[in-house]
Design a protein around this ligand. Structure first.
Ligand code: SF4
Length: 181
């Protein structure tokens, strides 16, 4: 059985190898580790807790933690997309944690989500239409009450990838397809 402690040990070992640290906020860290554990139990691999996995290993390969985007994100922004891995200056509080934009391509997101796609607030209208064409049913739209980040998926993410708010701060909106056109 996978435990949060096992997931944490794995992440710590990996962070050490690359000279990173794990997020210094214990509650936030615990949420991310819980998310990784649940994803591993659900899919058989630890897909990113801030992104929706397809359940198809080949499609999700790039977002298996640590994902393909971690190193460039840590180098450029000081943290990975979820802020699980952080640079030393961020860990030490010398540099503030900032939102990390999604580096995964929209094509890959669309492949992973099938009828849904993860979007930023700026392009949500376009993405609503895209998802609407593919879906023809009511969709679940979640938005972060703290920063306004918008995401289409079955459940809200464990952590808001933009402002790091917890899952509880996501509210569900229901949109009817016939209301979009
Ligand atoms: S963004 Fe961070 S937590 Fe998510 S898969 Fe990449 S390294 Fe792991």
């Amino acid at each position: 059985m996978i435990t949060v402690e096992t997931v944490q040990q794995r992440a710590e070992a990996d962070a050490k190898t690359y000279g990173y640290d794990l997020n210094p906020n214990p509650d936030f860290l615990r949420d991310l580790l819980e998310g990784l554990k649940k994803n591993e139990e659900r899919y058989g691999y630890p897909s990113c807790p801030c992104r929706l996995a397809s359940g198809n290993f080949e499609v999700d390969r790039d977002i298996m933690c640590p994902c393909d985007y971690r190193d460039p994100d840590v180098a450029e922004f000081g943290a990975c997309y979820c802020a699980l891995y952080v640079r030393k200056d961020v860990f030490e509080g010398k540099t503030p944690l900032q939102p990390v934009p999604e580096r995964r391509s929209l094509e890959k997101q669309a492949r992973a989500y099938g009828t849904t796609t993860e979007v930023s607030a700026e392009n949500k209208v376009e993405s609503v239409a895209t998802a609407a064409e593919a879906s023809e049913i009511k969709m679940k739209l979640w938005y972060c009450k703290q920063c306004g980040y918008v995401v289409f998926r079955e459940e809200p993410p464990y952590i808001c990838p933009i402002c790091k708010a917890k899952r509880e701060l996501f509210a569900e909106l229901r949109i009817r397809i016939d209301a979009i056109g």
